[in-house]
Design a protein around this ligand. Structure first.
Ligand code: OGA
Ligand code: MN
Length: 206
């Protein structure tokens, strides 16, 4: 799909959708080069699973390496991506009344043979992560190279190849998904549109 309206419809109807023309080629290229440079400089760290001090590394469960973006010091290409995501955020709020307020993102690199087993993105103890956005940064990716994002929905299973410029968007709370192993390094920017944190309010009983 190409239009943001269609994407909003797809999110509402089946919980996921994708855009293939979300960013222009020079920005994609710059993001890829930046991720590659960070990787070569050893700046990516093994991703962990779990949350809030309970994180553990389990390579068989999740084998990617990540580098969080700092909102205060975005590179020009990162800045451009955030602008587009912000416009998408406003559009989704208008179409779907989602109340999305913030974005967070990191580079992710899966070395050959690594995977991320079936999971949902929303932490059990936090409802802030609402919409997952994954931008793929792999030139000339072909099916035999693997690395598909596999989605599990009521309608069955769907697979998306991590091709340069594809933006995959899905509900963080309900969509179960997994990353299949690939034969070459698999680059992406993974991010989450978040709702405002709701603080507990005292309940007064009559
Ligand atoms: C994740 C994830 C999907 C992908 O980082 O939580 O599921 O296709 N990524 O990289
Ligand atoms: Mn995920």
């Amino acid at each position: 799909m190409e239009s943001w309206y269609e994407l909003a419809d797809a999110l509402a109807e089946r919980g996921w959708g994708l855009l293939s023309n979300f960013l222009e080629a020079p920005t994609l290229e710059a993001l890829h080069q930046e991720a590659q440079a960070f990787w070569e400089a050893g700046k990516l760290r093994p991703a962990r699973i779990g949350h809030a001090g309970q994180e553990i590394r389990r390579k068989q469960t999740r084998g990617d390496f990540i580098h969080w973006w700092s909102p205060d010091t975005l590179s020009p290409a990162q800045e451009r991506y955030w602008q587009q995501i912000n416009a998408l955020r406003v559009s989704l709020n208008r179409e779907l009344f989602l109340g999305l307020e913030h974005f967070e993102s990191h580079y992710a690199i899966y070395p050959p043979g690594t995977r991320y087993q079936r999971h949902v993105d929303r932490f059990q103890d936090s409802i802030e992560r609402t919409i997952s956005c994954v931008l793929y940064l792999n030139r000339d990716w072909s099916e035999p190279e693997g690395g598909q994002l596999r989605l599990y929905t009521d309608g069955g299973e769907d697979e998306v190849l991590p091709r340069m410029g594809t933006l995959m968007v899905f509900r963080s709370d309900v969509i179960e998904h997994e990353v299949l192993p690939a034969t070459r390094h698999r680059f992406s920017v993974t991010g989450w549109l978040r709702r405002r944190p709701l603080t507990p309010v005292p309940v007064v009983h009559a």
